[in-house]
Design a protein around this ligand. Structure first.
Ligand code: GMT
Length: 381
């Protein structure tokens, strides 16, 4: 089967899910064509079954805004035609499912068509999708998809509540490759980030406001008052400046906070951490937390969106109301001060991550592709 994957190329969860899915399918013998504005961050382009088609947006003085959607739909149309793709899989309703629909209309003019699977990842529903500028287009793109998936039960419920959706939504959770985390055990030494007495806290995100990096820093400051600790921050984004501001105001913590920026494979670093902090205001799933759990790191998080589907209260970590920094700090201190509890939670986090193993989740996508193709070519009675 030849599959076209349309995704953001960034370090964000949707790009990672799309990339890991495509690479896994390629290993199973599928021909996978990625279409995006840049090479996806984790994509192994050396694999013989993987192809990349870069969307080029040609600037023109008349365009106040560069028309990515137009260039994208042209590229999807060309790739389907040139490579005889069997199916398109859009990660995000806008712009990917939206542009795929336009490409399909262009193909229909030539008596060709391909089925479209759309995966909803979160902010296309919870943030962008609700804005009056985008809502109608998001709803339209979802309804015009042949199959729809959401990355958590919570996101499915929210989608059905916000939009008028006429089709079934299949929940297929995010996944992780647990083998990779095992290989990383000795890859990165704790002493690079902490002394023998210090505990290591970690946060991984694109540092958008919704991730609440200010709360991560406050929790860390509270923890540091009770026990020696360091904090690793992986990722870059609009709120990076808040970290610098915090460091200005808290000079004693400068040497205790490690800012690593973008890291292609964070599993090596996650493995040395003792606790992952995810105080997000919204989170449809929380792939970064799952990757931490696969590396035996328990979680203190908010209780929003799909997070309760992976972080189990009192088992793999603790969940608290958004912005309740005091309670999050207390739970972090509780876990880090009690070696037995920490050890137990590390094991439980790792065990629970196995429920979201790549080997379990990829077949769900394969089945959905098969079902979608069967329905697409079913003769109309
Ligand atoms: O977390 C982000 O801000 C990145 C975002 C994305 O667009 O890639 O991640 C979303 O999709 C991930 C993969 O399905 C989910 O694990 C994240 O929870 C989701 N982010 C939000 O809902 C904020």
């Amino acid at each position: 089967m030849k599959i076209g994957i349309l995704c953001y190329p960034t370090f964000g969860g949707s790009g990672i899910v799309a990339t890991e899915l495509g690479m896994s399918l390629a290993q199973k013998g599928y021909e996978v064509h990625f279409i995006s504005n840049n090479l996806p961050a984790r994509l192994d382009i050396t694999h013989p079954n993987i192809f990349f088609h870069k969307v080029n947006v040609q600037p023109y003085p008349l365009f106040q805004y560069q028309p990515y959607d137009i260039a994208l739909s042209s590229m999807i149309y060309n790739v389907v035609k040139r490579h005889w793709l069997d199916l398109l899989h859009a990660h995000y309703a806008v712009p990917y499912a939206y542009a795929a629909f336009t490409a399909k209309q262009m193909l229909k003019e030539e008596k060709k068509d391909v089925p479209l699977v759309t995966t909803l990842h979160g902010t296309d529903i919870t943030l962008v999708g609700q804005h009056p500028s985008y809502k109608s287009a998001v709803e339209f793109s979802i309804n015009k998809s042949d199959s729809i998936t959401a990355v958590s039960e919570s996101l499915k419920a929210e989608t059905l509540q916000i939009f008028s959706i006429k089709k079934n939504i299949t929940v297929i959770h995010n996944f992780t490759d647990n083998r990779i985390s095992d290989f990383s055990i000795s890859a990165c030494e704790r002493k690079r980030f902490a002394t023998a007495e210090e505990k290591i806290l970690i946060h991984v995100s694109n540092l958008r406001p919704v991730k609440r990096i200010d709360k991560v820093l406050e929790i860390f400051r509270n923890v540091n008052k009770k026990l020696p600790a360091t904090l690793i921050i992986i990722g870059e984004g609009p709120d990076t400046e808040k970290i610098n501001q915090f460091l200005e105001e808290n000079p004693k913590l400068i040497n205790k906070i490690h800012l690593l920026g973008k890291v292609t494979d964070p599993s090596k670093i996650l493995y040395v951490a003792d606790l992952f902090l995810l105080p997000s205001e919204q989170e449809s799933f929380g792939l970064a937390a799952l990757e931490a759990m696969a590396a035996s790191t328990p979680i203190v998080s908010s209780n929003v969106g799909g997070i309760p589907e992976i972080n189990l209260q009192g088992v793999t970590g603790y969940l608290v109301e958004v912005d309740n920094v005091e309670e999050m700090s207390n739970y972090a201190i509780k876990i880090l001060q009690d070696e037995d509890l920490l050890k137990k939670m590390k094991q439980k986090a790792k065990d629970h991550a196995l429920n979201f193993d790549i080997q379990k989740i990829i077949p769900l996508y394969e089945n959905l592709y098969k079902e979608t193709l069967d329905n697409f070519y079913k003769p109309v009675k």
